[in-house]
Write a protein that binds this ligand. Structure first.
Ligand SMILES: Nc1ncnc2c1ncn2[C@@H]1O[C@H](COP(=O)(O)OP(=O)(O)OP(=O)(O)O)[C@@H](O)[C@H]1O
Ligand SMILES: [Mg+2]
Length: 219
């Protein structure tokens, strides 16, 4: 069954009198459990697409169906309730909170659940163990390497067991060896869980590690 379907999605941005069309009549679907790469030239709309999928932004026209239901975002609060425990996000520059420990950063991924403190502890510990960062539990982000930071960010994205994980150039700031580690973690998570991944990347090796690629054209 399709986890999500985009049907003729179009999106333009208006700056002053200039209108730039970024996505035009885009159609595709992603099945549950897929690991998909999104590629395309800089400025072709990859981040715009992820923002629409995450309910951060909304299309001008077209339909977005997630898990059998139309996604209708009219205000920021609609996006928040749509994302809640459904969608995890991983960004190129990690977006960790420097005043929070590794544990606390990952725990942030549970802020919209009703979990008790002990349930949260169990979930965060499990995720840290799975990502090989239990030993960094009380460390602060500025003491971590790029690869370690990205593991923490992955932990925060997956700790609520979302259906979909969206990653925008997750290895864009990492060296080649660390990139391989991170992509192998993502592949492993995808294989051993029900989580579907959509990964924006410029990197041929990362795309080759995915099961399918969607290439956006610059309009
Ligand atoms: N909020 C916005 N307001 C106006 N224009 C925007 C906005 N967001 C994106 N754009 C424009 O839309 C186009 C697509 O941007 P987007 O960030 O989606 O590209 P991208 O494919 O992710 O590029 P990159 O590979 O460089 O990250 C660009 O021309 C960008 O300037
Ligand atoms: Mg981008």
């Amino acid at each position: 069954m399709a986890l999500l379907e985009l049907d003729n999605i179009s999106k333009s941005y208006k700056t002053g009198t200039v209108t730039t069309t970024v996505l035009k009549d885009l159609c595709f679907s992603v099945e549950k459990g897929e690991l998909v790469a999104v590629m395309g030239k800089s400025g072709c709309g990859k981040t715009t697409l992820l923002n629409i999928l995450a309910g951060v932004d909304y299309p001008d026209s077209g339909r977005y169906v997630f898990n059998g239901k139309d996604v209708v975002i009219k205000k920021a609060a609609d996006g928040i309730s749509f994302r809640r425990n459904r969608i995890g996000v991983i960004l190129q520059h990690f977006a960790l909170i420097n005043d929070f420990t590794v544990y606390e950063n990952i725990e942030l991924g549970l802020w919209e659940t009703n979990d008790t403190k002990s349930e949260r502890r169990k979930k965060v510990d499990e995720v840290m163990d799975r990502l090989g960062i239990l030993n960094l539990k009380n460390q602060y982000p500025d003491k971590l390497s790029g690869g370690e930071k990205q593991r923490v960010a992955i932990g925060r994205a997956i700790v609520c067991n979302p259906m979909l994980v969206l990653a925008d150039e997750p290895t864009g700031s990492l060296d080649n060896e660390t990139e391989k580690e991170i992509i192998s973690i993502i592949r492993d998570l995808n294989k051993k869980s029900e989580m579907t991944f959509i990964i924006v990347t410029h990197d041929e090796e990362v795309a080759a590690s995915c099961n399918r690629r969607i290439v956006l054209q610059k309009l």
